[in-house]
Design a protein around this ligand. Structure first.
Ligand code: G4P
Length: 527
């Protein structure tokens, strides 16, 4: 039987961060193809196809159904078990997207070579930076007339505050795109457009002065490549794995996911260098993946919206030890011992019942209300994993009860849905409820579920706030005075913590500058 160590060493658990349309779905499909998960392509496309039809509730349900299937995509490549966690990014962008990043050991960032660094990538990168997650970058769509490679790299460094290290370099771009030179593997990979299959046009060129280079790409591009490589090795130096593992430097690959170009190079570098399951911090100590006893935490709960099936799936990230489905595990928060009849593993599109699972794996546990996001499961140890914080919402609406006879149901529904992590509930100083989300679709989900599961009706009235930050101060009177002077903007969260709602980024920046005695936190993690 394989040892725990071997299982750990062969696992890589990661997520892809990108802005909508940069190419995440296309890249995911290509990665899954390398893993031999051939039935997957259709399902991922289906997910995309349904993403616009969000006001049709059957569609929401369908989309959510598919999103369970694509939440975790496991596949094996060169004997490495890769767990790719989906980070929903379109209308279904939600706190779950952020929370998923707490369950990965590394990330791949996809950037559109035409558009450069975009807003959602920036937001997701900030979450990665909070825990120094190692990031590899794939600059996609080099078959299009994009920005100059060096400009793209500058933009990544300046906007995302991370150093870059190009490991491949494009030769020409758009119509003139010839291929890439892999600095990592010292070979030339030639591009043939409209090629759905992987390219086989690989030429070993260890010395760039080799005349073979001129033969393959022509004198002009060969000289340009020699110049570029001299320039970039001068600027960026060599790969320092530790700087990547510390989250300080991101290795960069250029390619075209659509043409399956440059994807294998990224994947090969990824499995060689991306971290296997990392140690996780608890409130008491740090738990290494090699810790013999099983531990894990819940980072996402997926509720079935069909009232006839009130079941939920809790997604658990295994941090140490071995998950054995015949054993009972302790939910540290409630003190209850739980046994899971049919835990599922996610291999490609299939959900299989799993007997054993190892650190880095994600398993789906059927739950009837015993688990909350952030819960820790152990073999008996009373520890609590840190790091499934609340993130600052960006859309805020007040709740208006449309059926006063169902007030109790509404109260219960909102309370429970917020506990489940669908949205965050804040109470203002006039005792009014404010619901905060990071994605607009959540309000439709809440309304639908309130009606269908709790028999309550409500409306949401928009508010003018765009950012929430938790506020703390050494002297409590400072917060009290601030709450008095910003009466409508200071609210409390579900744990009675003070939260400041800002109208604009600028007004928030001004407050941060002017209120020196107050600390503003963008996630509850730093409180
Ligand atoms: P997303 O998941 O990040 O939202 O992006 P997705 O992969 O769906 O890609 C967005 C669009 O960009 C798609 O076009 C896709 O075909 C295209 N695309 C992805 N990679 C490349 C690439 O390397 N080069 C070029 N030129 N295009 C690329 P679409 O027209 O929106 O969708 P579809 O009808 O092609 O599926």
């Amino acid at each position: 039987m394989a040892t725990l160590e071997t299982e750990i060493n062969k696992r890589r658990t990661f997520g892809i961060i990108s802005h909508p349309d940069a190419g995440k779905t296309t890249l995911t499909e290509k990665l899954l193809l390398f893993g031999g998960a051939i039935h997957v392509a259709g399902a991922i496309k289906a997910k995309k196809a349904s993403r616009h039809a969000t006001s049709d509730f059957m569609e929401i349900e369908k989309q959510r159904g598919i999103s369970v299937a694509t939440s975790v995509m496991g596949f094996v490549y060169k004997d490495i078990k890769i767990n790719l966690l989906d980070t929903p990014g379109h209308k279904d962008f939600s706190e779950d997207t952020y929370r998923t990043l707490t369950a990965v050991d590394s990330a791949v960032m996809v950037i559109d070579s035409v558009k450069g660094v975009e807003e959602q990538t920036d937001k997701l990168m900030k979450v990665c930076r909070m825990r120094n997650t190692p990031i590899m970058t794939f600059i996609n769509k080099v078959d299009r007339e994009g920005q100059e490679p060096i400009e793209l790299l500058d933009e990544i460094e300046s906007k995302l505050n991370i150093k870059v290290l190009p490991l491949s370099w494009p030769i020409g771009m758009g119509k003139e795109f010839k291929g890439v030179y892999s600095l990592y593997e010292k070979k030339l990979i030639l591009f043939k457009p409209h090629q759905k299959q992987e390219t086989k046009n690989i030429v070993e060129i260890t010395d760039l002065n080799d005349p073979k280079l001129d033969e393959e790409v022509g004198e002009y591009f060969a000289d340009k490549l020699r110049e570029d490589i001299e320039l970039i090795t001068g600027i960026y130096g060599n790969l320092n794995i530790n700087a990547y593992l510390d989250g300080k430097v991101t290795p960069v690959f250029f390619g075209s996911a659509l043409n399956n170009f440059g994807v294998r190079e990224l994947l090969d570098c990824f499995i060689e260098n991306a971290p296997s399951p990392l140690a996780k911090v608890t409130t008491e100590t740090t738990i290494d993946a090699t810790h013999k006893k099983f531990t894990g935490f819940v980072f996402k709960i997926h509720a079935n919206m069909d009232p006839r099936h009130r079941d939920r799936i809790a997604f658990l990230r295994i941090c140490s030890g071995t998950f054995d489905r015949t054993k009972r595990f302790l939910n540290v928060r409630t003190g209850k011992q739980l046994k899971f009849a049919a835990p599922t593993a996610f291999m490609a599109q299939e959900k299989n019942i799993v007997d054993f699972a190892y650190p880095g794996d994600i398993i789906g546990l059927h739950d009837t209300g015993n688990m909350k996001i952030g819960d820790t499961l152990t073999e008996g140890e009373k520890i609590q994993f840190k790091g499934v914080p609340s993130f600052s919402p960006e859309i805020f609406k007040t709740v208006v009860n449309l059926d006063p006879l169902k007030t109790k149901q509404l109260d219960k529904g909102i309370q429970q849905l917020c506990e489940e992590g669908v949205a965050q509930l804040f109470i203002n100083q006039d005792s009014k409820r404010i619901i905060g989300c990071v994605g607009a679709l959540q309000y439709e989900v809440i309304q639908y579920r309130l009606e269908n599961e709790y028999n309550a009706k409500c409306r949401f009235d928009p508010l003018n706030y765009t950012k929430a930050t938790w506020i703390t101060a050494e002297d409590p009177t400072v917060i009290k005075d601030f709450a008095r002077s910003r009466y409508s903007q200071i609210v409390t969260d579900s744990e009675q913590r003070n939260v400041y709602l800002a109208e604009t980024k600028w007004s928030l920046e001004r407050e941060i500058r002017e209120q020196a005695a107050i600390t503003f936190h963008f996630s509850s993690e730093t409180l």
